[in-house]
Design a binder for this molecule. Structure first.
Ligand code: ZN
Ligand code: ZN
Length: 346
């Protein structure tokens, strides 16, 4: 909490009104952060929620909390003074207008303040991400025997989801991607009614949410014998992943890793088909800082948890992505998935 008060001083703020659910959860431990906010002042942080959550706030909140009726909420805002920060990337404009009416203070847009604190994970956070990843690994192992020509993408997605939920995940990290054959060329091809065919490649990208923390995993495999022209895409993507992992270490600028990935694909004649960034941080949000892309100034530090997920997508033909989740350590990195990432034909 000292860090937060230092942030207020640094930004010249008297208070900070936080609405982004991941940030609310991070600071309070409260598991319904969509229905709560955190107000930070020089005295400390306070969770604000309503009468539906009295028992839950009592049980979960690591910081003092207030249950506010509509009138009490109004009075709370009327009592504010000075310069109060809000989260410009999260607070809708209409909410800001309401706040301005309630509290005639100077509302100051802020960006990424709590996200900066979240960027390096504590050992406890790492433990929760590891648990979320272990669930995903096991779910993936469980669906492989179910893969055969004629099975629909959505059937595999349902099996994954059922396994995750059955074993303690709160939810999937995001809508599960199962993209087979030409659908593999859609990087975010959410599982459809399409039946998987012999000779196709299948990309599965999914994760679990466990106690608020996420995992993220992608594997691409073949169903029966896959045409060498398609398999070549897999080999190229795996080569990128191996080359990037060989360079991944604390002190490394994230944009250098992204550039390295593109150089390797350029040699393979596939650079134009890699249409997204190389990776992203994972934690309370499934996509968070640091981004591994061409535009970031982030440098990897021990405690960061990031994905490395090169992919190539050839419209009308096929697509491949392979994604690993890694913890940056003092000496290099630790893979959080225990799954093999080599070529697999099922
Ligand atoms: Zn993913
Ligand atoms: Zn990802």
């Amino acid at each position: 909490m000292q860090e937060l008060i230092r942030l207020l001083e640094q930004e010249g703020l008297d208070g900070l009104y936080l609405t982004r659910p991941e940030n609310v959860r991070y600071l309070s431990g409260f598991s319904s952060p969509e229905d709560a906010q955190v107000y930070v002042s020089r005295e400390g942080a306070l969770l604000l929620t309503d009468g539906r959550y009295t028992v839950q706030a009592e049980e979960e909140s690591r910081i003092p909390f207030k249950i506010l009726t509509r009138e009490e909420r109004k009075a709370f805002f009327e009592g504010l003074e000075g310069r109060i920060g809000f989260e410009a990337e999260h607070l809708p404009y209409a909410r800001l207008e309401e706040l301005r009416e309630l509290a005639p203070v100077e509302w100051v847009p802020t960006r990424g303040l709590v996200e900066r604190l979240r960027i390096k994970k504590t050992p406890e956070e790492v433990r929760l991400i590891q648990k979320a990843q272990a669930l995903a690994d096991e779910a993936f192992r469980r669906i492989l025997p179910l893969v055969s020509p004629g099975v629909k993408e959505v059937e595999l997605a349902l099996e994954l989801e059922f396994y995750l939920r059955r074993h303690g995940a709160e939810a999937t990290a995001f809508p599960i991607i199962v993209a087979s054959g030409p659908r593999g060329a859609m990087p975010h091809g959410v599982a459809s009614e399409k039946a998987i065919q012999e000779g196709e490649m299948v990309t599965v990208d999914f994760g679990a949410r466990y106690k608020g923390y996420h995992s993220d995993l992608t594997r691409t495999f073949g169903v029966g014998r896959v045409d060498p022209e398609k398999k070549r895409l897999f080999d190229a993507v795996l080569l990128v992943l191996e080359e990037v992992l060989a360079q991944l270490a604390p002190g490394k600028p994230a944009k250098e890793l992204d550039a390295l990935a593109r150089r390797v694909l350029e040699k393979e004649g596939l650079k134009a088909y890699f249409t997204h960034s190389l990776g992203h941080g994972v934690g309370l949000a499934v996509h968070e800082a640091p981004g591994l892309n061409a535009y970031t100034e982030e440098v990897l530090e021990p405690g960061m948890v990031v994905t490395v997920e090169p992919g190539v997508y050839l419209p009308g033909f096929a697509g491949v992505r392979v994604e690993e989740l890694v913890l940056v350590t003092e000496t290099g990195f630790e893979l959080l998935s225990r799954l093999d990432r080599g070529w697999l034909e099922v």
